[in-house]
Design a protein around this ligand. Structure first.
Ligand code: ZN
Length: 227
C-alpha cells in the first residue's frame, strides 16, 4: 500500500443509508442511497427491475432525486428512461459517457472526479475510475464505496471492451486500495462469494489486487476474459 497523499476520504459528507438490491438475469446490483432525515434518494445504475426498485423506495417513504451512473454499459442503464419518466430524477454521469444517457429535456449532472453529490443532507463523492470504460465512476461515501464494474468481490471488470484500458484499470484499483481497509465495497454484480466485501478483505484475497506489478496484473487480466 502506498501512503495516501491523495486522500479521497478527506472531508467526505455524512454517508447516505444504503440498500442493495439484485436485479435482472446478469446478477446486477442496484443500490438505493438515501438521507433518512429528508427522505431524498439516489438510485445507482437503474436497470432491469425499476418496479422492484421503486417498490422499495415507496416502502421506505423516499423520493428519488438522482440516478447515479457508474458506467453506461446497457446492463447498468437499461432502466434510466423508465426511472426518469416515473421520478424525474436527475442523471449523474461522467461527461465522457453522458451521450449514452442524454435525452431531450433530461437533467444531467457531471460526475467529475472529486465532486461531492448531495443526497438530501447526506452525500457521496464521485471518483473517476477508468479502465472498464472511458468514464467509469465509483461513488465513495464515508464508510463504503459503490464500485460498479471496476472492483468485484474476488474480481475486477474486463478491460477488453470498447473504451477499456488495462493500465487505467490498474491505476483505478490502486486508488481504491488506498481507501481505509474497513471501507465496505458494493460491486456492480453479484459475482463473488458474498454480496459485499471490504477494501481490506479484497486487498488480502482478490487475485487482481494481490498482483505486485502492473505486468503481473495485465497477464492475469488477459488470462481471465470474464466479467
Ligand atoms: Zn460493464
Amino acid at each position: 500500500m502506498t501512503a495516501s497523499a491523495d486522500d479521497d476520504t478527506a472531508g467526505l459528507p455524512r454517508a447516505p443509508e444504503v440498500v442493495q438490491i439484485e436485479v435482472g438475469l446478469l446478477q446486477n446490483f442496484c443500490e438505493i442511497l438515501y438521507c433518512p432525515d429528508t427522505h431524498a434518494a439516489a438510485i445507482v445504475d437503474p436497470a432491469w427491475e425499476v418496479d422492484t426498485l421503486l417498490r422499495e423506495v415507496l416502502r421506505l417513504g423516499l423520493k428519488v432525486e438522482l440516478a447515479l451512473i457508474t458506467h453506461t454499459h446497457n446492463d447498468h442503464i437499461e432502466g434510466v428512461d423508465e426511472l426518469v419518466a416515473k421520478t424525474r430524477a436527475t442523471v449523474v454521469v461522467n461527461p465522457r459517457e453522458a451521450r449514452a444517457v442524454s435525452a431531450p429535456g433530461r437533467a444531467l449532472t457531471d460526475a467529475i472526479d472529486g465532486r461531492d453529490i448531495a443526497i438530501g443532507g447526506r452525500g457521496v463523492r464521485a471518483l473517476e475510475t477508468r479502465g472498464h470504460t472511458v468514464g467509469g465512476t465509483c461513488y465513495l461515501a464515508d464508510g463504503y464505496v459503490v464500485t460498479g464494474d471496476v472492483l468485484f468481490v474476488g474480481g475486477c471488470g474486463r478491460t477488453d471492451f470498447q473504451g477499456g484500458d488495462t493500465a487505467a484499470m490498474w491505476q483505478s484499483l490502486q486508488r481504491l486500495m488506498r481507501l481505509p481497509e474497513e471501507t465496505r465495497v458494493y460491486p456492480g454484480h453479484n459475482y463473488g462469494e458474498t454480496a459485499t466485501s471490504t477494501i481490506g478483505h479484497e486487498t488480502r484475497t482478490n487475485p487482481y489486487l494481490r498482483c505486485a506489478t502492473f505486468e503481473e496484473f495485465r497477464a492475469l487480466r488477459e488470462r481471465k476474459r470474464k466479467a
